[in-house]
Design a protein around this ligand. Sequence first.
Ligand SMILES: C[S@@+](CC[C@H](N)C(=O)[O-])C[C@H]1O[C@@H](n2cnc3c(N)ncnc32)[C@H](O)[C@@H]1O
Length: 481
Amino acid sequence: MTEPIHQAIRTAYEAVPYVGRPFHQTHPNRLLAVARLHGVPIPKLGTISVLEIGSGDGSNLLPMAAGAPHGRFVGVDLSARLTASARAMAEELRLNNVRLLEADVRDIPAKLGWFDVVIAHGFYSWVPPDVRDAMFGAISRHLAPGGVAYVAYNLLPGGWIRRIGWDAMQFHVRDVRDPAERVTRAREFISLMVESWRTQPGPGAALAENFAHEAERDDGGIFHDDLAPLNEPVYYSTFVAHAARHRLLAFADVDPSTRGLGPAGAALRERLAARDPVAREQMLDFVHLRQMRATLLVHANVGGAGRRDPRHVAELHFAASMPYMRHRLAGGAAADPVGDTLAAHFPASIPAARIVDALASRGVRADDAPARIVDAWVTGVADPYADALALSTRPSARPRAGAVARWQASRLPLVTNQRHVSVRLADDFARALLPLCDGTRTQAELLARVRAAVPAAEAADPKAAVERRLAQFASAALLDA
Ligand SMILES: C[S@@+](CC[C@H](N)C(=O)[O-])C[C@H]1O[C@@H](n2cnc3c(N)ncnc32)[C@H](O)[C@@H]1O
């Protein structure tokens, strides 16, 4: 019954490539910090083992592997095309701690063993029910007894909003067979729809906001998301019940919901207080019309996970989040002692103890500080990390960028930084310079190599042009410590 849809999914990924990207919240350094905040004992990052289900072209897994040479990384994906591209990247980067399997999650070999972390991003909502079930089966079998799994999925009720746009685009191209033509026509149509929705009140305005940037997506995004043969958001309570059938316990979301509850907040909180945690979260999804979740799970019989506990803050490191910094630079952020402290060290992380000291100098009692730091995470100001980020906030005498970013700079429009986020380099000059920053060259030697590529507008002072780009690399978290 599901085989034709399964075949359609396989064919789709061979027809139009899906260009992957790193998802910062899937990085073990990030998700294990959230697990620790919930009381889960966590393994050492240096020797971490990670399984990614639906690893695509390796854009998410390979930068993690490059950062942990003594770790073990396995990616599983059905697509021959995407697996081949991931293997080519791994080979060129000489990553010998990675295995990339072209396989169906329904047939993962048992001998793969256990992993500290299992990741499935952009998978659960895009596959038929038997594959969803096989995904949980694989997590249950391959997650080490104390391991943490991460599953991101499209969510109801917010997903109903996006469903309207997807249905409109799919209906519009229902008779078009050629994949490239489907993408072109769907892109054109959604931008017209958005223009029209924008002029309408109520639901039209909400749809316009939701799809405002849809037409700018790359072909793979439109083809495999908006036009996907299957894309099914689920209710949180349904997801949790499904996980429980595989003896997996959902205990947290890696990115907590940051929105407030508005003027009805106190009354809503009172109504929800007596509910069990799953019902409470489900009700909050109705309140917020949430569209996506990235849920962390552990083996139900192993346990260890409890409620969020600020006492664990002391073991972690924190950095200002990128969206917070954008907001702050645009002048939108209110004064906040945790935000101010982290912003002063951006993009690097600092240990919680240093934030506690900074708060003390502003009159915050040491007993209150951990809860203030947790709040900064919940409100999107701070990103927690299990370990310090190994990055430099200013260019060193011999600047060194990560190996993955150096490899990507001359091949792709975006590079992956040390916080596992995609960043766009400023210009061709930056793209010429970054690959040379391998820690062996002084700034003068770098200049000698790229002098011919200095933009005409900066020709009068080529040294300053190099310094400017190096400073941009540092603030974009591209330079190693
Ligand atoms: C929407 S893409 C997401 C890729 C990537 N994880 C991301 O979020 O960007 C879904 C991926 O799952 C893979 N896939 C689909 N069905 C699969 C199956 N039964 N077993 C393994 N991989 C599968 C596809 O080939 C594709 O690479």
